[in-house]
Design a protein around this ligand. Structure first.
Ligand SMILES: *[C@@H]1O[C@H](CO)[C@@H](O)[C@H](O)[C@H]1NC(C)=O
Ligand SMILES: *[C@@H]1O[C@H](CO)[C@@H](O)[C@H](O)[C@H]1NC(C)=O
Ligand SMILES: *[C@@H]1O[C@H](CO)[C@@H](O)[C@H](O)[C@H]1NC(C)=O
Ligand SMILES: *[C@@H]1O[C@H](CO)[C@@H](O)[C@H](O)[C@H]1NC(C)=O
Length: 364
C-alpha cells in the first residue's frame, strides 16, 4: 500500500475541511434565503390583510358601467348607453374638481362616478365655429368637441332623469340621487380668441338655459340649476357681465384679489389661484403657519362673498405631502378641492395612503 507523504495528507485534510465549510455556507445562505422569502411573503400578506378593510369597495351603478364601456366620440356623436335608473346610486357628491378632466381615459363620467361635482374643459374655437376640447391646439381632434364630450352627455343625463325646472323646490334637480340639490359645475377654460368663442358658447348653452338646466342670475337673485357654467382662462369678464337680467355663465374670479368689489356672487362662482401664487414657495414640503393663515383668510373672504375657493397647482408628489395639503385645505373648508387623482381624493382615507412602506393611493 502506498503511503501518502506527510505534507500531502495535511493538504488533503485541509481540502476536505474547506469543502465542509463551503457546504455549511451554502446551507446557511439557502436557509437565510428561505426564511427571507417566507418573511417577505408573510409581511406582504399581513399588510394586505390588515388593510383590506380600508380598500374602498367597487361600487356598481349606471355611471360605473358607463365608465367601463365608454368609447371616444365619433363623427356620429357621443358614446351612447342604455339608461338604467341606478345611474348615480350610492355616489356621495363631493366638493371636488376634476382638473383637466378631458385628459382622463373617460371624461365627465369618471369624475361623476367618483362623486366629483366639478369638471374642466379647455376649449379652442375653430374657423368653422366649433368648440374643440384639448390641452393644446395641436392635440385637438374634430370629434372631441364641447358638445360631444360634455354638453350632449349632460343633456342626455338631465333628460333621462326628468330634470325639469331649475330650483323647483323639493323636486329632484341634479345628477346625484343621494343629494339632488347639488349642482354640477362645468369649468370652461377659454384658450384662444375669447371674443369669437363667447357668442358660440352662448348659442350652444341656450337650449340648456331654455330647459331650466342652468344656474342663472335674473337681475336680482341667483337661481340655482342642475348645471353651473363657469368660465376661466381668457374668459371675457366684460361680456360675462354684459347681460344683467339673464346671466348663465359665471367668472372664475382671482382668489388672491377676492376683496376687489368687482367680484360678486352675481357674476362669479369659483374664486381660484395657484397655491404658490397664493402663499409663495412651500419649503421642505411644509406649509408654515403664516401660509396656512393666508389660506384661511382667502377661503373665508371667498365664502363671505358666496364664492367657492379653489387652489390649483397643489403638489401631487410625494403623496403624503399632497394629502397633507388636501387635509389642510379641506379642514379649512376650501370651496372646491382641485384634484388630478380622483380615486386618491374621493375613495381613500388620506391618512392611510402610505402605510408600512406600501403606497396605497394614487391608483387612478
Ligand atoms: C321620466 O318621464 C317619462 C315621461 O314623462 C316617464 O315615462 C319616465 O318614467 C320618467 N322617468 C323617471 C326616472 O322618472
Ligand atoms: C334640497 O333643497 C330643498 C329646497 O331648498 C330642501 O327642502 C331639501 O331639504 C334639500 N334636500 C337635500 C337633500 O339637501
Ligand atoms: C328672480 O328670482 C327670484 C327667485 O326665484 C324671484 O323672487 C324674483 O322675482 C326674480 N326676479 C326677476 C326680475 O325675475
Ligand atoms: C340677455 O339674455 C337674454 C336671453 O338670452 C337675451 O334675450 C337678451 O337680449 C340678453 N341681453 C343682453 C344685454 O345681452
Amino acid at each position: 500500500m502506498r503511503e501518502w507523504p506527510e505534507s500531502s495528507r495535511t493538504n488533503h485534510q485541509l481540502d476536505s475541511r474547506k469543502k465542509a465549510w463551503s457546504r455549511t455556507a451554502v446551507i446557511l445562505a439557502a436557509t437565510l434565503l428561505c426564511f427571507g422569502t417566507i418573511g417577505a411573503i408573510t409581511y406582504t400578506f399581513l399588510v394586505a390583510t390588515l388593510f383590506q378593510p380600508y380598500t374602498p369597495t367597487q361600487i356598481t351603478n349606471g355611471l360605473q358601467r358607463v365608465v367601463n364601456a365608454w368609447r371616444e366620440p365619433t363623427s356620429q356623436g357621443s358614446f351612447q348607453f342604455e339608461w338604467r335608473d341606478d345611474f348615480s346610486r350610492d355616489i356621495i357628491p363631493k366638493n371636488c374638481h376634476s382638473h383637466n378632466d378631458y385628459l382622463r381615459t373617460v371624461p365627465l363620467y369618471e369624475a361623476l362616478a367618483a362623486g366629483c361635482v366639478g369638471v374642466e374643459a379647455d376649449i379652442w374655437v375653430t374657423d368653422e365655429e366649433e368648440l374643440l376640447v384639448g390641452h393644446t391646439w395641436k392635440s385637438t381632434k374634430k370629434e372631441r368637441t364641447l358638445r360631444s364630450l360634455y354638453l350632449d352627455p349632460l343633456a342626455n343625463i338631465f333628460i333621462q332623469r326628468n330634470v325639469s325646472l331649475a330650483s323647483a323646490d323639493d323636486k329632484e334637480i341634479g345628477i346625484f340621487d343621494t343629494n339632488p340639490n347639488v349642482s354640477t359645475i362645468l369649468l370652461i377654460d377659454f384658450k384662444n380668441n375669447p371674443k369669437k368663442t363667447w357668442p358660440i358658447l352662448l348659442t350652444q348653452l341656450q337650449p340648456f338655459r331654455e330647459k331650466g338646466w342652468l344656474t342663472y342670475f335674473n337681475g336680482t337673485e341667483l337661481v340655482p340649476g342642475p348645471l353651473t357654467i363657469v368660465a376661466t382662462g381668457d374668459a371675457p369678464f366684460d361680456l360675462i357681465q354684459a347681460n344683467n337680467t339673464d346671466r348663465f355663465v359665471f367668472l372664475d374670479a382671482p382668489l388672491d384679489d377676492i376683496s376687489n368689489p368687482a367680484y360678486t356672487s352675481e357674476n362669479s362662482y369659483y374664486a381660484s389661484v395657484s397655491l404658490s401664487q397664493a402663499v409663495g414657495h412651500v419649503w421642505f414640503n411644509r406649509l408654515s403657519s403664516k401660509q396656512v393663515d393666508i389660506i384661511k383668510t382667502q377661503i373665508k373672504a371667498a365664502a363671505d362673498k358666496g364664492l367657492k375657493s379653489r387652489y390649483w397647482s397643489t403638489p401631487s408628489w410625494p403623496i403624503s405631502f399632497r394629502d397633507k395639503i388636501w387635509f389642510t385645505l379641506v379642514s379649512n373648508h376650501v370651496g372646491m378641492l382641485n384634484v388630478d387623482d380622483l380615486a386618491g381624493a374621493t375613495r381613500w382615507n388620506w391618512h392611510w395612503c402610505v402605510i408600512a412602506g406600501l403606497r396605497l393611493c394614487d391608483n387612478s
